[in-house]
Design a protein around this ligand. Structure first.
Ligand SMILES: C[S@@+](CC[C@H](N)C(=O)[O-])C[C@H]1O[C@@H](n2cnc3c(N)ncnc32)[C@H](O)[C@@H]1O
Length: 287
């Protein structure tokens, strides 16, 4: 990758591809890095969606995807696609944004799971707008919830959520956004599931959720997120992990970022429906 710059956490800065008129640069850069955390997340999110449906006894379910970008989790969960499908789809196709959008509207016209309502949250206005126009998302809001409360029209899109998810987003967001989302759905008591890189501590979100009567459980195992973009990036991250006393051998030392899955649910449901009954534990275990 040319012209690599790094953010304050040591990760390469990808801001240049997060908010373009169409998703081609996003998928092409991430495919070169082997980005696969939404794919790892997919079967876990699907199990949580099915469990939540059983719990509410309703097929209709509203999922909020924080840091949704171009609706990646929407494409996987609502339309049944894989990351490889998306990488292939955006490596080919018309090279002007209008024609690409027209193609995508056709491709996303008939969702595999029509009872699943996907609402995205991301300040990347162009990405969210593309995802909603194309049909990967049912709705999107672009208010930065780190900086301020959702506006009245945002609340209408967000309220009564069943499940709040994220991939590759904690680090950009904190417990501030999570609490604002929770407060818009205080009646429906949404569950949460966040895939979080090991160098980001989930302690503050866990404490905030606990103050709302939620219990957070970390699922056993590690989930590969993407390859490091450079040896400098790997060194930065190994340094961060070392400072946190996290052993990177057999994991980040092999050249990949790894994430953990944190699932938060109201305390009463964690007792009546144990998490290991919902999720199979077949995640990667470092040697
Ligand atoms: C690595 S991408 C992950 C996108 C998508 N979830 C995926 O897995 O493909 C990180 C996303 O976080 C978004 N982001 C950055 N700051 C944010 C904020 N304050 N609130 C919500 N999303 C944010 C970026 O715009 C970007 O779309």
């Amino acid at each position: 990758m040319e012209n690599i710059s790094y953010d304050q956490t040591g990760k390469i800065n990808l801001n240049g591809i997060y908010n373009r008129d169409e998703p081609v640069s996003y998928f092409s850069a991430l495919s070169r890095l082997g980005y696969r955390i939404p794919q790892e997340a997919k079967p876990r999110f699907e199990s949580l969606i099915e469990a939540r449906r059983r719990s509410t006894q309703s097929e209709a379910i509203k999922v909020i995807d924080l840091g949704c970008s171009y609706g990646v989790n929407g494409a996987l969960l609502k339309h049944g696609l894989s990351m490889d499908d998306l990488y292939e789809r955006y490596a080919a196709g018309p090279d002007n944004a209008g024609a690409l959008l027209a193609r995508d509207r056709d491709l996303y016209a008939e969702p595999a799971d029509a009872c699943l309502e996907m609402v995205g949250v991301d300040p990347a206005v162009r990405a969210v707008s593309y995802a909603v126009d194309a049909g990967m998302l049912d709705a999107g809001i672009t208010t930065n919830l780190e900086a301020g409360d959702p506006k009245a029209k945002d609340v209408a899109a967000l309220e009564n959520a069943d499940l709040i998810i994220s991939t590759g987003c904690v680090g950009y967001v904190t417990e501030t956004s999570l609490e604002r989302l929770l407060e818009t759905s205080i009646e429906s008591k949404p569950w949460m599931a966040h895939f979080v890189l090991r160098m980001f501590d989930f302690g503050a979100p866990e404490d905030m959720l606990s103050s709302h009567g939620y219990v957070t459980e970390k699922v056993e195992g590690l989930f590969p997120q993407r390859r490091f973009a450079s040896s400098e990036e790997q060194e930065h991250v190994l340094g961060n992990l070392d400072q946190l006393d996290i052993d990177a051998s057999g994991a980040e030392a092999t050249g990949w970022y790894f994430a953990e899955l944190h699932v938060s649910r109201p305390q009463e449901i964690t007792q009546s429906v144990p998490l290991d009954r919902i999720l199979r534990s077949d995640a990667f275990q470092p040697a």
